[in-house]
Design a protein around this ligand. Structure first.
Ligand code: NDP
Length: 301
C-alpha cells in the first residue's frame, strides 16, 4: 500500500468542524438567554505584557467570545505590574457580579508567582480549571471546570465519536494544564473515557515501545516532529497537542506552527489524526467557551 492510499484512509480530526459544532450550540444557548431577558455570559481576560504568542491566544479568545454572543473584557497590564497589584485586580473581578469567568493568560513575568495567581481566582470563576480545588474535584470525578485543552480533546472525541472504552491510551506529558488532567479524564468512568492509561514524561524509558502499543496516543510535549510512524500502532488515534513556533523565512510572520507529530509520516499508520494548526488549538477555545457558560449557569452554587 502506498503512503497516499494510507493517507486517504486516515480520518482527519478537523478542529474547525468540531469547534464550530460547539460554538453553534453555544450560539443557540445565548439566543435563548437573551430571549428570556437575561444577559450573556461574560469572560474577563487579563493579559500582562506583550508576549507575541499570548497576544495571539488572547485575541482569539476575545474574538471567539464575540462569535458566540458572550461579553468579554480584555484587561491589559504592562509587564512591570507587581504581584500585589495583579492580585488586587483579580480580587476585584472575583467580587464583580457581572463577570462569570476570569482568565489570566500565562506565562506571567518573573516577579509574579503563577501559582499564587491561579489560587487567587475564585474557584467558581476559574474557567481555565487550574485552581487546586477544581483540579481536586476533577480527580475525584465531581462536576467542575475541566482545563480547556483536555476538555477540548474530549469534546473532539465526542464530535467524531471516537470509541475510547477499554482502549490503551498513552498520554505524553504530565503538566497540570494538559497531560495530567487528560490522563484523569481518559481513565475516568465516562462515555469518552474508560481507557487504560499510561502517562509518560521526560524520564520515561522505552517511550517508543510504550507508544507503539497505544490505541489512542495524546502528545503534549512541545518537541516539533518528535513523534514518528515507528512509534505508532497501526490504526491508532493520534492527538497532537504540541504547538511550537519554528523559524521559517518563507512564512509571512517568519515562523510557522508545528506539532509534536511528524504529520505526513504518522498519517501512513494512524486511523485518525489531528492537524497542527487546526486541531486541538481550536478545541481549547471551545473548551474555554463551554467553561464560561458553565460558570454563568452555576454562579449561584
Ligand atoms: P510542559 O512543558 O509543561 O510539559 C511538557 C511535558 O512533556 C512534560 O511533562 C515533560 O516531561 C514532557 N516531555 C518533554 N520532553 C519529553 C521527551 N523527550 N519524552 C517524553 N516526555 C517529554 O508543556 P505543556 O503541557 O504546557 O504543553 C505541551 C505542549 O502543548 C506545548 O507545545 C504547548 O505549546 C502545547 N499546548 C497546546 C495547547 C493547545 O491548545 N493546542 C494548549 C496548551 C499547551 P517532564 O515533566 O519530565 O519535564
Amino acid at each position: 500500500m502506498t503512503a497516499l492510499s494510507y493517507f486517504c484512509k486516515m480520518k482527519l480530526l478537523d478542529g474547525k468542524l468540531s469547534s464550530q459544532a460547539v460554538k453553534d450550540d453555544l450560539i443557540v444557548q445565548v439566543k435563548e438567554l437573551k430571549q428570556n431577558g437575561k444577559r450573556p455570559p461574560h469572560l474577563a481576560c487579563i493579559l500582562v505584557g506583550n508576549n507575541g504568542a499570548s497576544e495571539t491566544y488572547v485575541a482569539s479568545k476575545v474574538k471567539n467570545c464575540a462569535e458566540v454572543g458572550f461579553q468579554s473584557t480584555l484587561i491589559r497590564y504592562n509587564d512591570e505590574i507587581s504581584e500585589e497589584e495583579l492580585l488586587i485586580a483579580i480580587n476585584k473581578l472575583n467580587n464583580d457580579e457581572a463577570v462569570d469567568g476570569i482568565l489570566v493568560q500565562l506565562p506571567l513575568p518573573k516577579q509574579i508567582s503563577e501559582q499564587k495567581v491561579i489560587e487567587s481566582i475564585s474557584p467558581t470563576k476559574d474557567v481555565d480549571g487550574f485552581h487546586p480545588i477544581n483540579a481536586g474535584k476533577l480527580v475525584q470525578g465531581f462536576p467542575t471546570f475541566i482545563p480547556a485543552t483536555p476538555y477540548g480533546m474530549i469534546l473532539m472525541f465526542e464530535y467524531f465519536d471516537i470509541d475510547t472504552k477499554g482502549k490503551n491510551a498513552v498520554v505524553i506529558g504530565r503538566s497540570n494544564i494538559v497531560g495530567r488532567p487528560m490522563s484523569v479524564l481518559l481513565s475516568g468512568n465516562y462515555k469518552y473515557g474508560n481507557c487504560t492509561v499510561t502517562i509518560c514524561h521526560s524520564h520515561t524509558k522505552n517511550l517508543e515501545e510504550i507508544c507503539s502499543k497505544a490505541d489512542i496516543l495524546v502528545t503534549a510535549i512541545g518537541n516539533p516532529g518528535m513523534i514518528k510512524a515507528n512509534m505508532i500502532k497501526q490504526g491508532a488515534v493520534v492527538i497532537d497537542v504540541g504547538i511550537t513556533r519554528v523559524e521559517d523565512a518563507t512564512a509571512l510572520r517568519g515562523f510557522r506552527i508545528k506539532g509534536d507529530v511528524d504529520f505526513d509520516d504518522v498519517a501512513t499508520k494512524a486511523s485518525a489524526l489531528t492537524p497542527v494548526p487546526g486541531g486541538v488549538g481550536l478545541m481549547t477555545i471551545a473548551g474555554l467557551l463551554k467553561n464560561t457558560m458553565y460558570a454563568y449557569l452555576h454562579k449561584d452554587q
